[in-house]
Design a protein around this ligand. Structure first.
Ligand code: FE2
Length: 393
């Protein structure tokens, strides 16, 4: 493992990369994405992308910081989870059975979304504090003048005020945007995850200070089931929630053309002071949960279009359940943000080199699946959104 002070000896180019050994270790313990963050961080390091970049030390959030969005009841339930270091004591003194499901009564867990698609484990509260803290630390860095910050540990956009949902326990995105709102007037949130950024949209559906623009797969039975183009926000904030729903098999050409156009239109209309981008990697081809056929390079023009605005910008991770592809994608995005080209061959010295078999290459080949999206369908979506943009002042 690298030493933070050694890493920080590198020259700054006003890009910050959120990191701490503890964050890396704890984020790798989430059973749903076990080990993912280590694979991602390792590849970024193996490609020497941490050179000329400032490592920003992530700090865990406090209970009070979690409470800025999450309810007291929910935070108190999370707080009950002992840290991993106390596991032995907890098992001996507080439970008769070591089963983690018995940490808290089962009915209580399900009320808070815990236990089903959000498994629990010893150390969950520490995990929540680290994840929330990573994005809050990133936002503090932006508030302090940093132009671009990358936090591949964050982006957990489904956690609701009083409930864990869709593998998300605390909503670091909402907590981060709330931190930015203390200093910036208008915030644009762009969500590229294959799943609708539902909880972030819910949190800001009644404010004109935050525009939530989500590109996501939207089909019957596809999680979370929200994100129709007709969902545009509430009250005086009608128009400030923007959804671009697409169907399965999405390919690059059409997506790039329409998404870049839309991002430009929204920026021009809303004139944000800061942009937060959730780069969930489950929207990349090959993901076991998503049915998109996008390659990492298909997002290039969107990222360039966002960077061209030259606004303070935070890049977050999110979903991504094919770990090697997630690693390839976020490594590629890091290179794009840094504006450097990477060799196609995965560095042989990478600790997780074998994960990139059989090709051991950075690029990802699309699947042979039918794209159900058509130009006609995208034109319909765009014309509805263009109408709603008139509501934005
Ligand atoms: Fe997702």
């Amino acid at each position: 493992m690298e030493n933070l002070s050694e890493l920080n000896e590198k020259t700054s180019n006003n890009i910050g990369y959120i990191f701490s050994e503890k964050l890396l270790d704890i984020s790798s313990k989430n059973p749903i994405i076990k080990g993912r963050s280590k694979i991602v961080h390792s590849l970024i390091k193996s490609y020497n992308l941490l050179e000329n970049i400032d490592i920003v030390k992530s700090k865990p959030s406090s209970y009070a910081e979690l409470r800025k969005f999450h309810s007291e009841d929910y935070c108190n339930v999370l707080k009950e989870f002992p840290s991993e270091n106390n596991r032995d004591n907890y098992s001996d003194e507080n439970t008769e059975n070591e089963s983690e499901a018995e940490i808290t009564a089962e009915d209580c867990l399900s009320e808070y979304g815990l236990g089903f698609d959000c498994p629990i484990w010893f150390g969950l509260y520490d995990y929540c504090k680290e994840i929330a803290g990573s994005t809050i630390s990133a936002c503090e860095e932006i508030v302090n003048g940093r132009k671009i910050v990358i936090n591949w540990f964050g982006g957990w956009h489904h956690a609701q005020r009083s409930q864990a949902a869709g593998y998300c326990y605390v909503n670091d995105v909402v907590l981060g945007i709330l931190k930015l709102r203390e200093y910036f007037n208008k915030i644009l949130y762009i969500d590229f995850d294959i799943h609708h950024g539902d909880a972030v949209a819910n949190a800001f559906e009644s404010t004109k200070k935050v525009v939530c623009l989500s590109f996501h797969q939207y089909e019957p039975g596809f999680y979370p089931g929200s994100g129709n183009v007709e969902e545009i926000g509430f009250g005086t904030a009608k128009g400030y929630t923007i959804n671009f729903p697409y169907k399965s098999g999405l390919q690059g050409d059409l997506f790039t053309e329409y998404s870049v156009k839309l991002i430009r239109n929204v920026v021009e209309k809303f004139k944000p002071n800061v942009i937060v981008v959730q780069c969930g990697a489950d929207s990349i081809t090959g993901d076991p949960l998503g049915n998109s056929n996008l390659k990492p390079k298909d997002i290039t023009d969107c990222i360039k279009c966002i960077l061209n605005e030259k606004l303070p910008t935070l890049f977050l991770g999110g979903g991504g359940y094919h770990f090697a592809n997630t690693s390839r994608y976020w490594t590629y995005l890091t290179s794009l943000i840094k504006n450097v080209d990477l060799p196609e061959d995965i560095p042989g010295e990478d600790e997780y080199f074998l994960k990139y078999s059989p090709g051991y290459e950075l690029s990802i080949q699309p699947r042979n699946i039918k794209d159900l999206n058509t130009r006609k369908y995208f034109d319909e979506i765009m014309s509805k959104i263009k109408e709603q943009l008139n509501l934005i002042e």
